[in-house]
Write a protein that binds this ligand. Structure first.
Ligand code: 5AD
Ligand code: SF4
Length: 467
């Protein structure tokens, strides 16, 4: 019977990927995706547990969905509500206790079992009983049980190559919610990449919680790192751009740096979180690198590819962070010069070592530091964007803009580029002259003609501007 599925995704790109795969798993069982929860037979919240705010959002959304479900029940229609992702993994049974409206709870490693879970939840819906909970870390890998993806992606697609994390930064829930590091074999990744490109993808972003810790089984029987994987994928005909996220500074090895030097398909933009610029804080965070280690990695990457632009994540107000520590973070930011960045107030997560540290920082101090850091980062981003003005970049058009006749794409450095252009250019990569650089985006005009390596020169200017 035809049914509709609505998946609402919170958090990281890995969740975006997982949500698409949930739809793939359920498609053979008669579920077609719906953009809105109204009228859907199955509603899944694919959740994020990284900070408290992200978790609370889920519970308030469940309150709204309960009303929707009750209204449907009055019309004699059964609606199932599922909670997936990292909140599901971390809180399990607690979710059905706190929100009895929830019919099924399943973690990031068990969604290949969705058809069975849905069948059990459907039964419980008619017979009563509590929600179905599956937060195993099964021995079988979900990747071996997922159907092929259905090809419903734009010109820029995601591909999950690695999952989980063994780093155990003391603030982070990921090692607990996503489990131990696991890398998919090269062959399976290559096959999926080929299908994505055949389905129209021109850009692929390789995903992993700690993606550059990738160590998958290669076709030659050896273990391959991310550098070798990138080189292999770059050979796929029609694939124009490769990106990967998120990386750990400790896992940047020579082969990865060489891939940035040699492989043009690998885009000159790298998200490389540092979290803090103070060694004392980095040690308490169990980051396993110092601020100088980070500086050296950035220098080596820039030596390999001078136009490489960086983004990062920062946490302010980690327990015990002093004003002097925070000043070290600002100093590091000034030295590196970021094209973009995310920054957060430290949020104590239950079960993580940092949550029970003494010296938790008061909210108002966190707020002041966050504001100061964001001011600096925003100024760097604006300078980076303004330095692009007058140059020409290759832009891959991904979607319609908000304004009539507007298209939005991304340049090599992940900047969103807005142009006025006919819709038939969607899904194509074209040269754009940049006319305006704003806080969060660029505006430009499509130009025609050959593009040599103007890109690289341009970006060195951009780097000088924020140095
Ligand atoms: N509090 C605040 N920010 C956090 N992050 C991870 N855990 C926490 C936490 N407990 C941030 C880190 C990470 C990003 C994905 O989220 O900066 O890189
Ligand atoms: Fe979390 Fe990243 Fe640290 Fe792993 S490396 S524990 S995912 S912050």
């Amino acid at each position: 019977m035809a049914k509709t599925l609505h998946v609402k995704t919170y958090g990281c790109q890995m969740n975006v990927y997982d949500s698409a795969r949930m739809a793939d798993v359920l498609a053979p069982h008669g579920y077609t995706p719906s953009e809105v929860p109204e009228g859907a037979d199955l509603i899944i919240l694919n959740t994020c547990h990284i900070r408290e705010k992200a978790t609370e959002k889920v519970y308030s959304e469940l309150g709204r969905l309960r009303l929707l479900k009750e209204a449907a029940a009055r019309d004699g229609r059964q609606v199932l509500i599922g909670v997936a992702g990292c909140v599901a993994q971390a809180e399990g049974e607690e979710i059905v206790r706190r929100a009895p409206t929830v019919d099924l709870v399943f973690g990031p490693q068990t969604y290949h079992r969705l058809p069975e879970l849905v069948a059990r939840a459907t039964e419980r819906g008619t017979s009563g009983g509590s929600g179905v909970v599956d937060t195993d870390f099964p021995v079988e890998s979900k990747f071996d049980h997922l159907p092929e993806e259905n090809g419903a992606h734009g010109p820029a697609a995601f591909l999950s190559v690695q999952e989980g994390c063994d780093k155990f930064c003391t603030f982070c829930v990921v090692p607990y919610t996503r489990g131990a590091e696991f890398s998919r074999p090269v062959d399976a990744i290559e096959a999926e990449a080929n299908r994505l490109v055949a389905g129209g993808a021109m850009e692929i972003t390789l995903l992993g919680q700690n993606v550059n810790a990738y160590h998958g089984a290669g076709p030659d029987g050896r273990v391959w790192g991310l550098g070798a994987l990138l080189r292999r994928l770059a050979e796929i005909e029609g694939l124009k751009r490769l990106r990967y996220t998120t990386s750990h500074p400790r896992d940047v090895d020579d082969a990865l740096i060489a891939a940035h030097r040699d492989v043009d398909t690998v885009m000159p933009y790298l998200h490389l979180p540092v979290q803090s610029g103070a060694d004392r804080v980095l040690a308490a965070m169990n980051r396993k690198h110092t601020a100088d280690d980070y500086r050296r990695v950035v220098d080596r990457l820039r030596a390999a590819r001078s136009d490489l632009a960086f983004s990062s994540d920062f946490i302010v107000g980690f327990p015990g962070e002093t004003d002097a520590d925070f000043v070290e973070t600002l100093r590091l930011v000034r030295e590196i010069g970021y094209a973009q960045a995310y920054s957060f107030k430290y949020s104590a997560r239950p079960g993580t070592p940092a949550a029970v540290l003494n010296d938790q920082i008061p909210e108002d101090v966190k707020a002041d530091r966050l504001e100061a850091l964001q001011q600096l980062l925003n100024a760097q981003q604006l300078a980076f964007n303004q330095a692009s003005v007058g140059g020409v970049q290759a832009v891959l058009f991904e979607r319609r803009g908000r304004r009539e006749g507007q298209l939005v794409g991304r340049g090599p450095w992940m900047q969103a580029v807005h142009v006025q252009a006919p819709e038939r250019l969607l899904g194509r990569q074209l040269l754009v002259r940049i006319d305006d650089g704003r806080a969060n985006s660029l505006a430009g005009t499509v130009v025609t003609g050959e593009m040599p390596r103007i890109d690289r020169e341009l970006s060195s200017n951009a780097e000088r501007a924020i140095a």
